[in-house]
Design a protein around this ligand. Sequence first.
Ligand code: AHG
Ligand code: MN
Ligand code: MN
Length: 312
Amino acid sequence: MTSLSAYLETRATTDLARAIAGLATAAVRISAEIRAPHSVLDAVAGDVNADGDTQKALDVLADEIILEAARDAGAAAYMSEEREAAIPLADDGSLIIASDPLDGSSNIGVNVSIGTIFSILPTDGSGLIDGRRQLAAGVFVYGPQTTLLVTVGVGVASFRMDADGDFRLIDDTVRIPAASGEFAINAGNQRHWLPPVQRYIADCVAGADGPRGKNFGQRWVGSLVADAWRIFCRGGVFLYLADRRDGFADGRLRLVYEAAPMALLVEQAGGRATDGTRDILDITPTAVHQRVPLVFGSCEEVDEVGRQHAAG
Ligand code: AHG
Ligand code: MN
Ligand code: MN
């Protein structure tokens, strides 16, 4: 079965292949830490990150492991959810690595899938460039299996880690089905949602008797990476849009190291990712930790959410 390095050899530049291989090695280490019989992974590390979230021990450890991978890969800089500002690395580096080292950290302590998200960028614009200019993006999921979704700009491939810590190809033409009957949203926030989201979800919940004329199921893991893996496998839509709570005017997720890499993967797998109106990949960030409203997944559903936004 094709290995990750063989897949990259014919599709990526030497620098890009080296960076992704390094990140895969980092993911093997993080995966091993998660599976090791520690009891401390869910412990609070005693600090808050740049966004004010309480850091867990595994957030800090994963960030250190990804930083080391970025340094070993000769990257010019590293941007992370866990670091206030970009960390400058090699002066002659040709790439910037941005990462959410540990996504879904509220699920660490309950044995639910978590993951690592990465974006690889050219060095121009100090990494604050629109998502279409990403050189590569990927997501590792630490679940029942450790898996990888990766794009180097043309299509998406999925891999599974084997017992030797090698990533083996599952599918080199990952496609998100255009239609689906599943939506993912944190319904506990319903009273805060804005009218377009209220209407979209009400229509889904009305099922075969409502305007959509079909039944929907609801799924919400609480780890973006795990909800995404499901959507890449069988379709669906994920919503974390703006809502009325203080601090949620731009949703919850971060553009540079969560939404933009996810959007590149989604578009390259034939799906769509928007902020309700604009393609995520067209948005140029102005700050490392900038948030962005995010809806992504099967085209039919993302388009329906877009129609609800156009209706006001
Ligand atoms: P992180 O653990 O990196 O802070 O990200 C958590 C994110 C994402 O994984 C998930 O979809 C979302 O937060 C869940 O948010 P709620 O707890 O508000 O549902
Ligand atoms: Mn995250
Ligand atoms: Mn995180």
